[in-house]
Write a protein that binds this ligand. Structure first.
Ligand code: HEM
Length: 345
């Protein structure tokens, strides 16, 4: 059995009833998103400090370097394809910088991501299994480097190798799964978010001008842009018992898809849902989820997207759509597949 939750009210109800809507939807280890109850709480408590204010304040100057290197000379080109030039490279370089991984790893990870995307689209399970092993090898190499004392002893990767749960070191399988949760899912989400933000600014000169004049509203605007154009489309749950809400009822063991895009554009909750509005209640926005599985990486995502957008608006006086028509991404991806933009033309 399967079902899709599209109404804001139903999605919120499911997110706040984790004992009825389990996150154990697959047999693969998924730390912490595929966990429930006390086990989930214990691993959440382990990872949350990696997204604290102190960690992010230390990361900010490194992130600025990544952004500056990407934005340099963009105005020398007529049309820039945002996803290939900014979205994907930014997501990857920001993540490598955050983890403290060597620059040389970027090329290998880029090839891995391309192969993973192709195998996902083709539903090629044997290749996906091989790629999952390859990802583990790449990450374990980074843990081994850190354990040998190579690189920064305070890097996020080095700190992960020292994690303990109830006094016992966390095994490499679990550490790899934590990094997989931060990397495999989130690189695509951050890249899609960059494409949607740049695409929105290029098509909305009034908001672009407002944000240049009042950059303190950038984070608020980004949340509204990404409510309109979801970078992450779905997550899943499995019912643990028969569940009834409103006019819907689900048998036990039903796989339930949470449709973030539909819930965040529900006309019962958002007046004129497809319009950008400054005065929406931010608490209704489900961009980062809600309940016990609410995104722990939200502060990092907001820092990355906010600093990127601030730098973009500072550097370029004009951002406009390019000549070629854009292409929207196809599910499971959100945002754009390709979108061309002109900077300072
Ligand atoms: C624009 C960027 C991002 C968006 C829109 C986003 C959105 C979400 C959402 C909606 C969930 C809830 C999933 C569920 O209920 O099953 C989630 C969970 C999660 N996110 Fe994010 N996320 C973003 C960036 C990040 C980043 C940068 C990281 C870490 C590097 C991250 C790490 C996680 C983890 C570990 C979970 C699972 C939490 C749990 O199950 O307890 N996210 N994210």
């Amino acid at each position: 059995m399967s079902a899709v939750l599209t109404r804001h009210h139903d999605v919120l109800a499911a997110l706040h009833a984790p004992e009825q809507f389990s996150n154990k939807v697959s047999s693969h280890l998924n730390v912490p998103n595929g966990m429930d109850g006390a086990e989930h709480l214990a691993y959440r408590a382990l990872i949350e400090p990696f997204f604290s204010d102190v960690v992010l304040t230390q990361f900010q100057p490194k992130l600025q370097v990544v952004i500056d290197e990407l934005l340099v000379n963009l105005d020398a080109y007529d049309d820039v394809e945002v996803m290939a030039t900014l979205g994907h490279p930014f997501a990857l370089r920001a993540q490598c910088a955050f983890m403290g991984w060597p620059v040389a790893l970027e090329q290998r990870l880029t090839e891995w991501i391309d192969a993973q995307n192709a195998a996902t689209l083709a539903q090629d399970r044997p290749t996906l299994r091989r790629l999952a092993d390859e990802f583990s090898d790449i990450v374990i190499e980074q843990f081994d480097r850190a354990r040998r004392g190579e690189g920064d002893p305070d890097s996020i990767t080095a700190q992960l190798t020292r994690l303990r749960l109830n006094g016992t070191p966390v095994s490499d399988d679990y550490l790899v799964s934590i990094v997989r949760n931060w990397t495999v899912g989130e690189l695509g989400t951050i890249a899609a978010a960059i494409g949607s933000i740049v695409g929105f600014l290029a098509q909305n000169q009034v908001v672009q001008k407002q944000l240049r004049e009042a950059p303190m509203h950038i984070d608020h605007a980004i949340n509204e842009i990404l409510r309109l154009d979801a970078p992450l489309l779905t997550n899943r749950r499995r019912t643990t018992c028969s569940v009834k809400f409103g006019d819907m009822s689900y048998e036990a063991d039903t796989t339930v898809t949470i449709d973030w895009r539909a819930a965040n554009n529900d006309p019962k909750v958002f007046v004129e849902p497809h319009q950008f509005k400054w005065d929406r209640d931010p608490h209704l926005n489900l961009l980062y989820g809600a309940g016990v599985h609410v995104c722990p990486g939200k502060p990092l995502a907001q820092l990355e997207l906010g600093l990127f957008t601030r730098s973009l608006l500072n550097k370029f006086e004009t951002i406009q759509l390019g000549e070629q028509p854009f292409e929207r991404a196809q599910p499971p991806r959100g945002g754009y597949r390709r979108i061309w933009v002109k900077f300072n033309h």
